[in-house]
Design a protein around this ligand. Structure first.
Ligand code: PEP
Length: 262
């Protein structure tokens, strides 16, 4: 049976590609990936590419996401870009990515404010959560997931929670990590259940069932299918493999097959 939850394949290009290269790469993907009815494909280029790509992209084919923004609307915040400045370029925004949390020391309060700012400005926040290797080793996976959800969503009302997408990205599985180790599908089975049960506790059972939950961490064309087979996984957030057109297109093909089977 097809789940009513929205399905996603999200490409996080991180700090790669100049605006010119982004434009060429977008065109390459556009030539190879037809508009999907059952899957929302979202591309997250670096901030400086958002404006030109927003003029180029066919939003029926791909939506754009911000990788980062500051949560205040305007003011004396040198070097920052507010969500109000980019909201017309994008439909989605990554929030709480582990590279923001651990490389740039973004706090859980910053993350909560960003989730709220995205919603206030009509964007869908993709809230990334996940435990570090140490938290996992110490048996704190569930506690970390609960804490990051509770804190990250504390400004989000019951009316607005349906506007949020959750991405489970265990930090130890993300390819930018020195000792990255791909997760096993069984690892995410447990995590996705914990996420849904905690969202149910915060917002009610139905919302826990209805919210889209994605997986991210070293996904490639060979492993995507195994992750998409895990019950309750509604798509993938892809870093490294999204920078290679063949890999990304193969992942989209796999997702199409898997979601059509459900
Ligand atoms: C990410 O950074 O969100 C990610 C999942 O990266 P990678 O696929 O390269 O592990």
């Amino acid at each position: 049976m097809t789940s009513p939850r929205k399905k996603y394949i999200i490409a996080n290009w991180k700090m790669n590609f100049t605006p010119g290269q982004s434009s060429i790469y977008l065109q390459r993907l556009a030539n190879r990936i037809p508009a999907q009815r059952s899957i929302q494909i979202v591309l997250a280029p670096t901030t400086v590419s958002l404006q030109p790509l927003s003029l180029q992209v066919d939003r029926r084919q791909f939506k754009l996401a911000a990788q980062n923004f500051y949560w205040r609307d305007y003011g004396a915040y040198t070097g920052e870009t507010s969500v109000t400045q980019i909201r017309t370029f994008v439909d989605y925004a990554l929030v709480g990515h582990s590279e923001r949390r651990y490389v740039f020391n973004e706090s859980e309060e910053d993350i909560a404010q960003k989730v709220a700012a995205a919603i206030r400005n009509g964007l869908t926040p993709i809230l990334c959560i996940g435990e570090t290797a140490v938290e996992r080793k110490d048996g704190e996976t569930a506690a970390t997931i609960y804490r990051q959800l509770t804190n990250g969503l504390h400004e989000v009302s019951k009316e607005d929670i349906s506007k949020v997408v959750i991405a489970y990205e265990p930090v130890w599985a993300i390819s930018s990590n020195k000792n990255a180790k791909p997760a096993k599908p069984a690892d995410l089975d447990e995590a996705v259940r914990l996420i849904r049960s905690h969202i149910s506790k915060l917002y009610g059972k139905q919302i826990g069932e209805d919210i889209s939950v994605l997986y991210g961490g070293s996904v490639n064309a060979d492993t995507a299918g195994g992750y998409l087979d895990v019950e309750g996984v509604d798509g993938l957030l892809i870093g490294g493999a999204s920078l290679i057109a063949d890999s990304f297109c193969a992942i989209v093909e796999t997702a199409k097959e898997k979601f059509n089977e459900r």
